[in-house]
Design a protein around this ligand. Structure first.
Ligand code: NAD
Ligand code: UDP
Length: 368
């Protein structure tokens, strides 16, 4: 009797605290959002979208795979200084100090190492950075009572899917240490949601993000030789690389080359804002695919890029890349149903915007 009365009081207190915490947000006011890894490719585009929507956004990053120049560009875009904290997620005291010093309504967690090949060579570094860093972040959030998280997951959690398009019910399997970090973090977040009834999380499984902001001020700027197709094509077009190596011409696909679901990074950025709105509005957690639902082959992308840029993309078909799968594209229906989100940009827009970024910044951010 005593304990059920207590639990009723507890419930009422929780409800009151919750509604106070959300009062402003439900009226459509700004959220204070921390972007961990926000200086990176997807993070900086998301910063631009969230700022446009009137949110107060801050970035935390250690620049392990990004450049301080991004902050200058974001300032140019948004017309205001960019709140920034130079911080490594592996540094737990620094994270806790940040959460003690600032108030946030939500966190978007982009910060991770993401090169598949490197993850096979240095798996422990990937576990430490991607899993260890996330645990520190979740603990710091818990300590500060921040209970909304959007996590950058990946279609890599589906491994080699049994059928396409891939929906969220597909079997999960990982084929490399990078993929394992994504799956483990999704599971950690799931356990946290089960243990804390007020914690809400969105796992966003990105397919293949490409393209750039229409301003040409921000875009993808990989270190060294690009691992991914679109930045490689961009560097061929701008003369930094001689020709594209097409990894495999004998897949059972439309033209023998690998098929993926390329999604414009600005569409992807918008999905983060929509996912945050969902966490507040629906007060539920979710896991969704973010893709267009359309498969594009390597040669189709190279041809589309050639038309968009007016540059020839010389290529040579070489051996398959170990670990690659033939065809992966999303069923993005759940994201549409839950978030009201769907990709708007087609492959021509992706190529046009990627080319604008690359031609305005032939050496990436380095050129200043
Ligand atoms: P990115 O490398 O451009 O951005 C990641 C950012 O995180 C970088 O600025 C990096 O400096 C920062 N970072 C990494 N470790 C950190 C740490 N310990 N502390 C602080 N900052 C740290 O990558 P991206 O393409 O913008 O990807 C963002 C997220 O989306 C990543 O988690 C990635 O795994 C995931 N993802 C990316 C793709 C893709 O193709 N780009 C596809 C699926 C999922
Ligand atoms: N690819 C290629 N040449 C490259 C890079 C990639 O032919 O220099 C192919 C790759 O085999 C795959 C597709 O392009 O079929 C997309 O590769 P990416 O690494 O961009 O994405 P992921 O394979 O991780 O989905």
């Amino acid at each position: 009797m005593k304990s059920s009365a207590l639990s009723r009081i507890d419930l009422i207190v929780r409800a009151l605290t919750y509604s106070q915490a959300n009062a402003g947000i439900f009226r459509g006011e700004q959220m204070r959002i921390l972007l961990c890894g926000g200086a990176g490719y997807i993070g900086c585009h998301t910063y631009a979208t969230l700022s446009e929507r009137g949110h107060q956004v801050a970035i935390a990053d250690n620049f392990s795979n990004s450049s301080p120049e991004v902050l200058t560009r974001l300032r140019q875009l948004s017309g205001a200084p960019v709140p920034f904290h130079r911080l490594d997620l592996r540094d737990k005291p620094a994270l806790e100090a940040l959460f003690a010093q600032e108030s946030f309504d939500a966190v978007i967690h982009f910060a991770a190492l993401k090169a598949v090949g490197e993850s096979c060579e240095r798996p422990l570094d990937y576990f430490e950075n991607n899993i260890g860093g996330t645990i520190n972040l979740l603990q710091a959030m818990r300590g500060a009572g921040v209970r909304r998280l959007v996590f950058s997951s990946s279609a890599t959690v589906y491994g080699d899917p049994e059928q396409v398009p891939v929906n969220e019910q597909a079997r999960l399997q990982v084929t490399n240490p990078y993929g394992r970090t994504k799956l483990v973090v999704e599971e950690l977040i799931g356990d946290l949601c089960r243990s804390d009834r007020d914690f809400r999380a969105a796992n966003l499984r990105y397919f293949n993000p490409v393209g750039a902001h229409a301003s040409g001020l921000i875009g993808e700027d990989p270190n060294g030789i690009p691992n991914n197709l679109m930045p490689y094509i961009c560097q061929v077009a701008v003369g930094r690389r001689e020709k594209l190596s097409v990894f495999g011409g004998d897949y059972p696909t439309v033209d023998g080359t690998g098929v993926r679901d390329y999604i414009h990074v600005v569409d992807l950025a918008r999905a983060h804002a929509d996912a945050l709105d969902y966490l507040v509005r629906a007060d539920r957690s979710l896991t969704v695919n973010l893709g267009t639902g359309r498969g594009i082959s390597v040669l189709e992308l190279a041809n589309a890029f050639s038309s968009a840029s007016g540059r020839e993309i010389p290529y040579q078909i070489v051996e398959r890349r170990p670990g690659d799968v033939a065809e992966v594209y999303a069923d993005p229906g759940l994201a549409q149903q839950l978030l009201g989100w769907r990709a708007e940009y087609d492959v021509d827009a992706m190529c046009r915007d990627a080319w604008r970024w690359q031609s305005m910044n032939p050496q990436g951010y380095q050129g200043g």
